[in-house]
Each structure stands twice: as structure tokens, then as C-alpha cells.
Design a protein around this ligand. Structure first.
Ligand code: AMP
Length: 474
């Protein structure tokens, strides 16, 4: 089958051809004809399967007839993170280049005013994260009763992030007679129940998770003592022939510490997590995509949906506490049949998480060793001794251990700053949210607690790289 058999318009086919794709992926083959028919679709598909084009291509054709009115978008795509929303917007721009459609991307961390201007002009498609969309709704800047096509993408992720009440509020503002496309990487009972609320007689389409990636990804497990993790990682990084690599930590504070440490040791590294402002996130990810930064230390949002091709390696500096995250993380490498390598650094205390991963992937991660374990142990004991000294100094001066460990951070982050100058100073706050906004939802969004891993940026078109207002994100 090729794209021309799916019933898409010549304009869309031309744009697809320009992208260099000639064969639809299984989810595209299964979903596109039904979307074009106007059916509701319940899709089980992960990112990486081509599902974005699976809904954007037919939507472009559906929207080709009709005209947008001010503040009344004709279609809406809900995404759990800004990065995914920005990625979908890019897809829309690419595939919609021969079809004169207007689009507004409503994500947090950037100015309201530009988004409002787009809404005022009238948008054929809105691509939004739930929180920012509700902000606009509350400000009276957008009406959803003209939405005829709704996409709820990454629904399981929305649930993990606590967005479902927001999604329900949004859907309640739409006409019941609409077409709804609901995608989720997993289809649990809970997901089905949720889908039942939003869909009418949907066509179910499903593609199996890309387990094939296991065939092209070489995996390895390095068991070390806790204090040996950083020196062990450095050894691995030196040993491997790498193009670019993701390095995953479970906590944002560890992302910062590890990033600072790598920079201090002369590695070309950037850091991404939800505490960084949008401009920094965008800039860092751009640099990583261009290969100007070789290593991207990040938290788990990176593992979902961020589309960076030719990543040769993934390192799990921490074993993920949710087994599925292991699959998402290592799926960042070995894409499109290319070779990939995924190494996990673990300590004895990770045993139960490793067991959960083995159960999920149906295999054990092969154990590996690195040369120079003795030196690593020596380095680790030096680090431990240094930390102990710092800690006891802190105690003597009445400081707690956590304070003393924080003392180390500024030193490391200052070296980071010199490598990647922060753009925070350039950023101004243009819009103040209504005061209710600051108290309303507990902003689960973007949404890192110190215990929960989150946060990575992706490339947002340059004109969206405007001010960041922290209060809007929380
Ligand atoms: P997605 O699952 O939508 O995030 O897409 C994953 C990657 O597959 C993106 O880089 C897309 O550009 C790419 N892609 C989408 N459709 C196709 C296709 N038919 N053939 C090859 N690659 C595709």
C-alpha cells in the first residue's frame, strides 16, 4: 500500500512526498481511511509509530473545506506536554504547506499575547496543552463550541500527569456532535472507560508497541556501588563510540548535578527538565539536535515523543522506577532500523525495579563490565570522603547534610552556565495571569516534584520562544 491509496488529497500527498515518505506506517494505513470517513477512532499506538501523521494528514483534508472564525477554532489537538504540542505543530506546518490552513499553538511558558492574536484571527486548528487552553478559555479568548474534530493524544500520559479533569472540562465545552480521535500508548481498562466517555462507536485501531527496537538496540547493565555511578558513567561515555546520547536521571535535581559534573569533566553536555524555562529548553534541544551538544542529561518526559533521530546511545543513570519508562527511554535510540545502544547503571537497591523491567520486556538485561573498575572504586571512595568532609563541616557549622550537598551544586551549575549561557535574563514577563490562575489548579503540569521525574524541552518554532512566566507553568 502507498499513501495515494488512502484517499488523501493531492496537496497532502505532495507534502508527504516532500517529506520523503512513500509508504504509510501501519497506524497510518489503519487510521487514515476511517478519519477521512468522519468516524471516531480509538487508537492504541505509541510515539514513534507515525501516529502524528496518522491524524494530521486526514485532518488537513477535513479542514480544507470551511473557514475559521475569530476565537472559534474548528479543530483541537490536545497534547500532554509543550514539547509534543510543538512537535505536532511542526507536523501540521510540514504536511499542511500546500493547504492554506491557520494554526495556533497554545502552550505554557510563552507569551499569551501572540497566542491571543492568532486566536483573534481565527484558527483552523488549535494545538494545545490542557492547562494553557483553559487559561485562554477563562480569559474569554477562545470558544470551543465550533470544534468539529478533537484529538486527544497520549491519553495515558495525560492521565499520569493528572490532566484528565482538565480534559473533561475542555470536552464539556465542545459540541457533542463532533469527530473524536483518541490515542493512547496503552489501552488499560481505565483508558477504555475514559474513551467511552468521549467517543461514539469508534473504529478501533491498534499497532503493537515497537518491540522491534530491541532487535536493533544493544542493551547492557552495569552493576556498581552508589558512589561509583558517576565515575562508571564517565568510563562508559569514554569507551563508547557515540554520536549523541540521552542520559536519564530519575530526579530533576540529579539531572542538574550530573550535568554539572559532566561539564566539569569536559563532556559536551546539556540538561533538560521542567524547571528550566522554555527558551532554555528549546535552545538546549536545538543544540542537541544539531549535534552541538553530544549528551543530553534529562528526565523522563524526554522519553515520550521527543523525536530526535540518530541518537546512538541511551544511558540510564538511574534505573527507572516505572518499568514502562525503560521501554520509552531506550526507544529513543535504534530508531528507523538504525543501530542503538542502551546502558543501564544500577545498584543493589534497584533490584525490584530491574525485576519489574525484566518482567515487562520478557528478558534480562545482559550484564556488562567496564575496564578500570578498581580506579572507579577509588574515585568513588574519594568522592565519598569529600562528601563526608563537606557534610561534617556543614554539621559543625550547624548546617544540615542537605544544605552542604546543595553547596556543591552552585559550583557545578556555574560551570554549566559558562558552557551554556542562560537566556533567563533576556526574558521579560509580558502577561500576568488572572489571579485565580495562580490558585486554581494544583499545576500537575510540567510537573516535577522532586520525587517524580519530569521535564524536557523540544524545539518550538522560533516565534514561540518568547517570555517565560514561571507562575503560568506551575
Ligand atoms: P510519530 O510516531 O508521529 O512521533 O512519528 C515518528 C517518526 O516517524 C517521525 O520522525 C515521523 O516524521 C516519521 N514518520 C511518520 N510517518 C512516516 C512514514 N510513513 N514513513 C517513515 N517515517 C514516518
Amino acid at each position: 500500500m502507498n499513501f495515494a491509496d488512502l484517499g488523501l488529497s493531492p496537496e497532502v500527498l505532495k507534502a508527504v512526498g516532500d517529506s520523503g515518505y512513500d509508504t504509510p506506517t501501519p497506524i497510518q494505513e489503519k487510521a487514515i481511511p476511517y478519519v477521512l470517513m468522519g468516524r471516531d477512532v480509538l487508537g492504541t499506538a505509541q510515539t514513534g509509530t507515525g501516529k502524528t501523521a496518522g491524524f494530521t494528514l486526514p485532518m488537513i483534508d477535513i479542514l480544507a473545506s470551511g473557514q475559521a472564525k475569530a476565537r472559534m477554532p474548528r479543530s483541537l489537538i490536545l497534547e500532554p506536554t509543550r514539547e509534543l504540542a510543538a512537535q505536532v505543530a511542526e507536523n501540521f506546518e510540514n504536511y499542511g504547506k500546500y493547504s492554506k490552513l491557520s494554526m495556533a499553538l497554545l502552550i505554557g511558558g510563552v507569551s499569551f499575547s501572540d497566542q491571543e492574536a492568532k486566536l483573534d484571527k481565527g484558527a483552523d486548528v488549535l494545538i494545545a496543552t490542557p492547562g494553557r487552553l483553559l487559561d485562554h478559555v477563562e480569559r474569554g479568548k477562545v470558544l470551543l463550541n465550533g470544534v468539529k474534530t478533537l484529538v486527544i493524544d497520549e491519553a495515558d500520559r495525560m492521565m499520569d500527569m493528572g490532566f484528565i479533569p482538565d480534559v473533561e472540562r475542555i470536552v464539556a465545552l465542545m459540541p457533542p456532535l463532533r469527530q473524536t480521535l483518541f490515542f493512547s500508548a496503552t489501552m488499560s481498562k481505565e483508558m477504555r472507560k475514559l474513551a467511552d466517555k468521549f467517543l461514539i462507536n469508534p473504529k478501533e485501531v491498534s499497532v503493537s508497541p515497537p518491540t522491534a527496537m530491541a532487535a536493533t538496540v544493544t542493551q547492557g547493565l552495569l552493576m556498581v556501588e552508589k558512589a561509583e555511578k558517576r565515575p562508571a558513567l564517565r568510563r562508559l561515555l569514554q569507551k563508547e563510540e557515540m554520536k549523541t546520547a540521552f542520559i536519564f536521571c530519575n530526579r530533576k535535581k540529579d539531572v542538574d548535578i550530573l550535568h554539572g559534573s559532566l561539564v566539569k569533566h569536559g563532556f559536551s553536555a546539556g540538561a533538560l527538565h521542567g524547571d528550566l524555562n522554555q527558551a532554555q529548553r528549546t535552545e538546549t534541544l536545538d543544540k542537541f539536535k544539531k549535534g552541538e551538544i553530544k549528551l543530553l542529561v534529562c528526565s523522563d518526559v524526554a522519553a515520550r515523543g521527543i523525536d530526535v533521530s540518530s541518537v546512538s546511545h541511551v544511558f540510564n543513570f538511574d534505573v527507572p522506577s516505572h518499568a514502562e519508562d525503560y521501554i520509552h527511554r531506550i526507544g529513543r535510540t535504534g530508531r528507523a532500523g538504525m543501530e542503538g545502544h542502551a546502558f543501564t547503571i544500577a545498584t543493589k537497591s534497584d533490584a525490584k525495579y530491574l525485576e519489574a523491567i525484566y518482567k515487562l520486556v520478557g528478558m534480562k538485561i545482559p550484564a556488562i563490565t567496564v575496564d578500570g573498575m578498581e580506579e572507579i572504586a577509588e574515585e568513588a571512595s574519594e568522592i565519598a570522603a569529600r562528601e563526608k568532609r563537606t557534610s561534617s563541616r556543614g554539621t559543625k557549622t550547624g548546617r544540615s547534610r542537605s544544605v552542604s550537598s546543595k553547596k556543591e551544586a552552585p559550583k557545578e551549575s556555574s560551570s554549566r552556565k559558562s558552557a551554556e549561557p542562560s537566556r533567563a535574563a533576556e526574558v521579560t514577563v509580558k502577561d500576568k495571569p488572572p489571579s485565580a490562575e495562580r490558585t486554581r489548579r494544583p499545576r500537575h503540569a510540567n510537573d516535577e516534584g522532586d520525587t517524580q521525574v519530569v521535564g524536557l524541552g523540544d524545539n518550538v518554532p522560533a516565534f514561540f520562544k518568547i517570555p517565560f512566566r514561571k507562575s503560568a507553568e506551575k
